[in-house]
Design a protein around this ligand. Structure first.
Ligand SMILES: C[S@@+](CC[C@H](N)C(=O)[O-])C[C@H]1O[C@@H](n2cnc3c(N)ncnc32)[C@H](O)[C@@H]1O
Length: 517
């Protein structure tokens, strides 16, 4: 069972948030590529905008599977449903951040098919394996489209064979384009527009010793010469190779090689400099993610201990470590952050990010290569995690009656727990013990881009009567689709109205504020 063991039982913490960020496959799928007529338009939820001014106006709409909605990009229809859903649960102030509507995608994985004379670089047509070329995609950052165009020229010029899925032949299978806006030499206002692209070429061979490695090198050099720092355009940040020969649909193989440009890739998000290797998960909409992180920080009190589940390279946990730093003086009052992630490739990025955290961050920080649950369901929270959260209250009852939770014990252990072995303090993959349960999470913050699974998990949590919903916010992470990112804050315990209701006496005077709980 559960693996997220909640931290620092040694400290009298105001609360211990437990954070999960879990994406549905649909939302992780990359979307289209190219420059919008007018770039970055920021809207907020209070701005009222006529629908036509928020239209996608993309020539690839309908043929490409990336976007499903053309109008009202600033407010997907699903927002009304979400608003209603949260109202019925007693949260009447659900809000929605519209974020950037075009050119928002800063990370795209695109299939490369067709022929060297007529390469197709894009997404699959809905329900098929036919690739649609999307040079003018309105979701992609313009420099991603520019990099795709340059790649297209390179493929033709150097006679690179795109992959043939049926035969398993060809050279270039996919490309990942990731944009970094990290550039301290220009004013902050110009950084997004001048973002640079890290190009990862997925090559159909086992490794760099294969016979056609020279062609891969030639393609990388072509990109570098025409888009690198000595070119006129200067929008290529670096070039990487990934080697993949598998016949399944998995995009990346295990072998990566840095070819040209800077090997490090940084983004400033959530108040920290975040390192992201091409192999680790990165959010596709970094600006919207930044807005979400800043909202999230408000729910995490200073001195809290945080367990970041499904952590990737730890963007959420580390952003909290840096921004929710605690008083330096009383040594025992420190934040602790634990990140749990199944993809071991993310660890290096996590470590690099930790190295660059500001000096004042003296939290205890750790990353654990582990499955967030034994049973992984397709979307949303794992069933066993939900069970674990429900079971916490029974552990809590036992913990209260154990000597571990007595006041004297807590005082004894108010020493900087950073001195203790971190690994020992977290029993990932095993059942929580009474000892571990000394500090139980008071807050669960659920960040989700799968609306249907979120609703399900939310109802499961509430019906357990161990948690109540306090707040919910929505973010436009994927304009042009019906996916929204939700940040929901659950607090331990039942709503006050329900407790009173249970007591019977005051039953008649209570309104049904939380009818579904
Ligand atoms: C949508 S990403 C979010 C990553 C990170 N929270 C962020 O926002 O950048 C989900 C992450 O969960 C990881 N993951 C998926 N299943 C997992 C599991 N059972 N246990 C732990 N991590 C898992 C994936 O490898 C991926 O890095």
């Amino acid at each position: 069972m559960p693996l997220f063991l909640l931290p620092n039982r040694l400290l009298p913490l105001p609360s211990s948030p437990l954070i999960t960020c879990h994406a549905s496959p649909a939302a992780l799928r990359s979307s289209p590529s190219s420059p919008p007529p007018t770039l970055p338009i920021l809207l907020d939820s209070t701005t009222s905008v006529p629908s036509l001014s928020c239209a996608l106006q993309c020539p690839h709409f309908q043929s490409c599977s990336g976007c499903s909605h053309e109008l009202n990009l600033h407010r997907p229809i699903i927002v009304d449903e979400a608003d209603h859903f949260f109202k019925t649960l007693g949260v009447s102030d659900f809000d929605f951040e519209s974020c950037r509507l075009w050119g928002w995608r800063s990370r795209a994985k695109l299939a490369v098919r067709g022929s060297s004379m007529k390469p197709l670089i894009g997404l699959y047509e809905e329900g098929t394996h036919n690739v649609v070329d999307i040079p003018h995609c309105k979701a992609h950052h313009p420099n991603i489209n520019a990099a795709v165009e340059l790649l297209r020229q390179g493929i033709t010029k150097l006679n690179i064979e795109p992959f043939d899925e049926d035969e398993g032949t060809g050279e270039l299978r996919y490309v990942q384009m990731a944009l970094t806006t990290y550039n301290t030499s220009i004013p902050a206002s110009g950084r997004y527009k001048n973002g640079k692209v890290q190009v990862s070429l997925v090559w159909n061979s086992r490794n760099e010793n294969s016979h056609n490695f020279e062609k891969l090198n030639a393609l990388a050099n072509f990109l570098w010469r025409n888009g690198g720092p000595r070119s006129d355009l200067r929008f290529i940040h670096s070039v990487w190779a990934n080697f993949q020969t598998s016949t399944n649909n998995i995009i990346f193989g295990n072998r990566w090689r840095h070819l040209l440009g800077e090997s490090g890739f940084w983004e400033h998000v959530g108040g920290i400099d975040m390192s992201l290797a091409p192999s680790s998960f990165g959010q596709a909409n970094t600006r919207a993610f930044d807005i979400l992180l800043r909202k999230l920080q408000k729910y995490v009190p200073y001195g809290a201990s945080v367990t970041d589940l499904y952590a990737g390279a730890g963007a959420i946990g580390l952003s909290l470590a840096a921004t929710r730093k605690c008083r330096r003086d009383p040594g025992w009052f420190k934040t602790s952050v634990k990140c749990v992630e199944v993809n071991k490739e993310s660890k290096l990025s996590f470590e690099k990010t930790v190295e660059r955290l500001p000096n004042h961050v003296d939290s205890s920080i750790s990353w654990h290569h582990a499955d967030a649950s034994d049973i992984l369901l397709e979307k949303g929270l794992d069933a066993s995690l939900l069970d674990a959260l429900r079971n916490i209250s029974s552990l809590e009852r036992k913990a209260k009656s154990s000597p571990e939770s007595s006041d004297s014990k807590v005082k004894d252990e108010k020493r900087p727990w950073v001195l203790r072995s971190l690994k020992d303090s977290v029993q990932i993959g095993s059942k929580p013990t009474l000892e571990d349960s000394g500090s139980l999470p008071q807050t669960l913050i659920y960040i989700s881009c799968g609306w249907e699974s979120f609703k399900e998990d939310c109802m499961t949590l509430l019906s357990s009567k161990k948690w109540r919903l306090q707040k919910a916010h929505g973010f436009n992470f994927f304009p042009g689709t019906q996916s929204i990112e939700v940040l929901a804050v659950f607090k331990r315990g039942q709503a006050a109205s329900l407790k009173k209701k249970k007591s019977g006496k005051k039953k008649k005077r209570l309104g049904r504020k939380h009818p579904l709980i």
